[in-house]
Design a protein around this ligand. Sequence first.
Ligand code: URA
Length: 263
Amino acid sequence: MARNIREAMIQRLEGLEGAGVTHVPKGRKLPDTPPVAQPHSVVPQVGTAEGGCATRESPTDQRAAALAEVEREVSACTRCTELARARTQTVFGVGNPCARLVFCGEAPGADEDRIGQPFVGRAGQLLTDIIVKGMKMRREDVYILNILRCRPPGNRNPLPAEAAACREFLDRQLEIIQPDYICCLGSVAAQNLLDTTESIGRLRGCVHDYRGIPVVCTYHPAYLLRNPSVKRSVWEDIQMLMAEMERKSGRRRAEDGVVPVKD
Ligand code: URA
């Protein structure tokens, strides 16, 4: 009997290890699925009359519902008048509602306007490579959004008034997702989010702060496509981001009193 239990436990731990789990909580139930994203505080409750009491929905369901509500508003929004008139559709954002990491780009391009999702063109493929091959994560583990939700004509830079008009939606998305980190892709995203005129060259290489969320900036994947010489710099930025994320995971594991699956 004891032997069967021991073997079953070993099998279970090996399965979790194979799925990428490196630690399990001390004295608690083993997780059924790997903790891809770790919600770390409470989001506004949805689907309750009072808007505050506990529901049986998971944090992911709650955040997905809250995001869907904002997306409904975005799809009807015309604050950026000229862009709203010309758009095929709004491009809200995509990914894990409980993502630890949010990538923030500039604005939808022609492909994104047609498909309705951010970063689906060539630059998007490069971003996927950075996430999958560089960070060893899945695109669906992170959340991807832009400063703007409508395409500027001819892919021109967003006007300050357009970015201001869309800002409420960006902030609400971030409030719901509560990421541990934001990675700004390119100068337009970084300057708008951080409200600065500093160049991307000066913004990269250190950790900034947006409303308590650490922010790392790097070159836009489209710029990287045109200038392969910045590949090394982008890789350095991504490595810095990964190291920061790992440090934070370590601190959280220590706070939660978790033990390694095996030493
Ligand atoms: N470039 C961006 O900044 N965002 C997109 O969604 C696509 C390309």
